[in-house]
Design a protein around this ligand. Structure first.
Ligand SMILES: *Cc1c(COP(=O)(O)O)cnc(C)c1O
Length: 369
């Protein structure tokens, strides 16, 4: 009998997973190119350039003395705050170690190897990851104008399909499906399919573009909405996100959750950040101004970009690999998105005004080189 190495014995569906490629950390670029960390700007992971909300900072400090104890595994205070903020029942909420965690919990709760899940081309990379990790078939539906082709996604649903993932706005393309189209899509999906509506960028939408998606929960028990504290709330490093759905669906996700999946600091910080309306307002306003600055700059450089509804914009860089390397050498980190089927494009996060200016001037030099 031949003895096979342990890794060859991992299931084929695990061995074929392409690892997630995160934005390059500042410390890593500093090591690679011998740069000083303070001179590097990171516009690669859609983080909040204003940092952590003052209210969250105070809450974080206040938790330090209690860290010898396990966190509240039910996240009572954060759930209570969210329940008031969203006008949903506490039993409709699932907290996660980032919304990535709740995406994975949903896959674990509803997918078995004989099932399939549907998502769009150029959609968030975590969807195929969590589907594949369940040994389940992922159906990638070609995008339309870089956005979700909702009609085609509907047609792709099979009797064995149990999940559909839609990010609205989508990352990395920044496209938005209008609320009416999104609701029509959800209404048309069969009851045996859980639709995960990922609203990570919801707070960056202008009021007139926001869907009243929470009201849909009353009509569609197979709808699960996910949101995060990583973006407008400025807590990406702490990892907190949540899902809202019907109480029955939330119960399923909670069954497969680690008992203490959100730590004490994160629970307290998220509750405080939710209450920091001034910080959210500032972050929103900064993003709109920065988006105008970036898109005007890209236009001036003659570069095509995809109009974005998030806190980032994806632009066509020609030789994106070379442009990215040149940007890195100048201390500017953006995100290559070849892994999303967009090898000629780069995604840049809206930063502070001075960061956007620096990015645009580095980009100008990079494309001239
Ligand atoms: C950033 C992002 C998230 C948030 O992930 P967290 O795990 O909450 O940090 C979720 N979905 C999409 C589409 C995103 O771009």
């Amino acid at each position: 009998m031949t003895i096979r190495a342990i890794c060859d014995l991992a299931p084929a569906y695990i061995r074929s997973i392409a690892p997630y490629q995160p934005g390059k950390p500042i410390s890593e670029l500093a090591r690679e190119f011998g740069l000083v960390e303070s001179g590097i700007i990171k516009l690669a992971s859609n983080e909040n350039p204003l940092g952590v909300s003052p209210k969250a900072q105070a809450a974080i400090r206040a938790t330090l003395d209690g860290l010898a104890l396990y966190p509240d595994g039910n996240g009572f205070e954060l759930k209570q705050a969210l329940s008031r903020y969203l006008s949903v029942g506490m039993d409709q909420l699932v907290l996660g170690n980032g919304s990535n965690d709740v995406l994975e919990l949903a896959a674990r709760a509803f997918l078995a190897p004989e099932n399939s899940a549907v998502y769009s081309q150029h959609a968030f990379a975590v969807y195929p990851l969590v589907v594949q990790a369940m040994g389940c078939k992922g159906i990638e539906v070609p995008a339309k104008n870089f956005g979700h082709d909702l009609d085609a996604m509907l047609r792709a649903v099979q009797p064995v399909t149990r999940m559909v993932f839609v990010a609205n706005p989508n990352n990395p393309t920044g496209t938005l499906a209008p609320a009416a189209e999104m609701e029509r899509f959800i209404a048309a999906l069969p009851a045996h399919v859980l639709v995960v509506l990922d609203e990570a960028y919801n707070d960056y939408l202008r009021p007139e573009h926001r869907a009243d998606s929470l009201s849909w929960l009353k009509k569609y028990p197979n709808l699960l909405i996910t949101r995060t504290f990583s973006k407008v709330y400025g807590l990406a490093g702490l990892r907190v996100g949540y899902a809202v759905g019907s109480a029955a669906v939330a119960d399923m996700l909670n069954r497969v959750r680690q008992p203490f999946n959100v730590n004490s600091i994160s629970l307290a910080a998220a509750a405080a950040a939710l209450d920091d309306h001034e910080f959210v307002r500032k972050s929103y306003a900064l993003n709109l101004a920065g988006m105008d600055q970036l898109t005007a700059g890209l236009k001036k450089l003659g570069l095509e970009y995809i109009p974005s509804y998030g806190n980032f914009v994806t632009f066509k860089a020609g030789d994106a690999k070379a442009v990215n390397t040149a940007l890195l050498k100048s201390g500017v980190i953006v995100r290559p998105i070849a892994g999303y089927g967009l090898p000629d494009w780069l995604r840049v996060t809206v930063g502070l005004e001075a960061e956007n200016t620096r990015f645009l001037s580095s980009l100008q030099q990079a494309i001239a080189a």
